[in-house]
Structure formats: structure tokens, C-alpha cells
Design a protein around this ligand. Structure first.
Ligand code: 5RP
Length: 229
């Protein structure tokens, strides 16, 4: 698809949300992520709800939106595998590695992505980076470990801040907290993800390298570009 006029970020999100429909397998259950870009996808998916069995969702927010549009939502435990998982990203590099968790749903996103054969990332071009690390890295943590994990990030040059909502620590759908870490240089996303995930008290680190994107539908001023990894 090509366009000549300049599009707003919101319009780019709508474009990629609609473009993702081509990856939805008819008659099957689709994995659905979280965020403003995914909301556009969910809205578009409603137009073909009679052609799919339903969805597995990565957050309470997406579940509510899916159900409100009449799309059946299955528990992740009810499915053995999914053909495709569609989700946004806060950053994506040239190899399909991502940083995710800006919407605090990273743990469930990784779980649903793990069920899927294919991860289709939908993003506007502001999310494309040469190397991960520009966007503050979200890390879901067990609250009692937050200070210990903060010190461990400091030892590697990072500054971790507890994410707040309405002046209080944000509580995730899993009842945990989020640290947002700045100042990191993520040279080897695979090794970084493996290392941080084994720190005691880390529920999930927001680097998605082991479950990277297979395809990215990138919204650009020239239309939707498909990047395959
Ligand atoms: C939620 C996420 C989102 O996919 C990510 O934050 C991108 O969101 P948006 O589409 O609103 O820019 O990881 O946890």
C-alpha cells in the first residue's frame, strides 16, 4: 500500500493494524497483544470475527476490548499452539529483537508469544532502532526484590525507576511491579535477556530476543513496509 500524504502516528497505527489481518488464519485462534497499535488491530479483527474461532489475549485491557467487540477470548491454558501472535513493540531492531512492556503487559505477552509459531510485530516507524536501548527497558518484578534489582542494574550502568500510576506503584495484571531502566547498552539482546531473566525476583525482562518478531509491519510515510527476519 502506498500513500502520498503525511500520516499521523495514529493513522500509521491504523494502517498496520489493518494490514495485520492478512496474517490471521481463518478458522483458528489468534494471539493478541496489548497497546494502542494492537487496539487498531482488534478493531479491524472485529470485521472478520465470524471467520475465526477467537483469540488468546495478553492483558485484561485487550480481553475487555475483544469481548466488547464480540470476539471470544480463550484462556492460554486452553490452547496448545497458535499459528500467529500479533503485537506492538516499543522498539524493534534490524533482526526483529524488541523491547516491550510500555503497556505493562510484557509477561503475558511473552507467554502468548511462546505459544505462537509466528510473531507479527505491528509498529509505526518511530519504533525502528539500530540497537535496543533508547526506550526505557520495562522489567516486571516481585515487589520485595525491587531494590535489589535496582542495585544490580546500577552496577551495570542502568538507572531503574519504579513505574507509578496515579502516584502509586503500578500493579500489573499479575499483581507485580514494573521497573523502567534507562542508561543500558544492550549489545547482545539474546544474552542480555537470558541473564536478566535469571535474577531472583525478575518476573520478565522486556527484551524479546528469544521470542523475536518473524515479521514486522512497519507504518511509514510511504505506507506499510514488511520486514521479514
Ligand atoms: C505493552 C507493549 C506494547 O506492545 C508496546 O508498549 C507498544 O505499545 P503501543 O502500540 O501503544 O505503542 O509492549 O506491554
Amino acid at each position: 500500500m502506498t500513500t502520498s500524504t503525511s500520516l499521523s502516528q495514529d493513522e500509521l497505527k491504523t494502517l498496520v493494524g489493518q494490514a495485520a489481518l492478512q496474517y490471521v488464519v481463518r478458522g483458528e485462534i489468534v494471539g493478541v497483544g496489548t497497546g494502542s497499535t494492537v487496539n487498531k488491530f482488534i478493531d479491524a479483527l472485529a470485521g472478520m470475527k465470524d471467520e475465526i474461532k477467537g483469540a488468546v489475549s495478553s492483558s485484561v485491557a485487550s480481553t475487555e476490548r475483544l469481548k466488547a467487540l464480540g470476539i471470544p477470548v480463550f484462556d492460554a491454558n486452553e490452547v496448545e499452539s497458535l499459528a500467529v501472535y500479533i503485537d506492538g513493540a516499543d522498539e524493534i531492531d534490524g533482526k526483529g529483537h524488541m523491547v516491550k512492556g510500555g503497556g505493562a503487559a510484557l509477561t503475558r505477552e511473552k507467554i502468548v508469544a511462546a505459544l505462537a509459531s509466528r510473531f507479527v510485530c505491528i509498529a509505526d516507524e518511530s519504533k525502528l532502532v539500530a540497537a535496543l536501548g533508547k526506550f526505557p527497558l520495562p522489567v516486571e518484578v516481585i515487589p520485595m526484590a525491587a531494590q535489589h534489582i535496582t542495585r544490580r542494574f546500577a552496577a551495570m550502568g542502568g538507572t531503574a525507576s519504579l513505574r507509578l500510576k496515579d502516584g502509586q506503584p503500578l500493579v500489573t495484571d499479575n499483581g507485580q511491579h514494573i521497573l523502567d531502566v534507562t542508561g543500558l547498552s544492550i549489545q547482545d539482546p539474546l544474552a542480555f535477556e537470558s541473564e536478566i531473566n535469571q535474577w531472583p525476583g525478575v518476573v520478565t525482562v522486556g527484551v524479546f530476543a528469544h521470542q523475536k518478531a518473524s515479521v514486522c509491519l512497519l507504518g511509514t510515510a510511504q505506507g506499510v513496509k514488511t520486514l521479514a527476519y
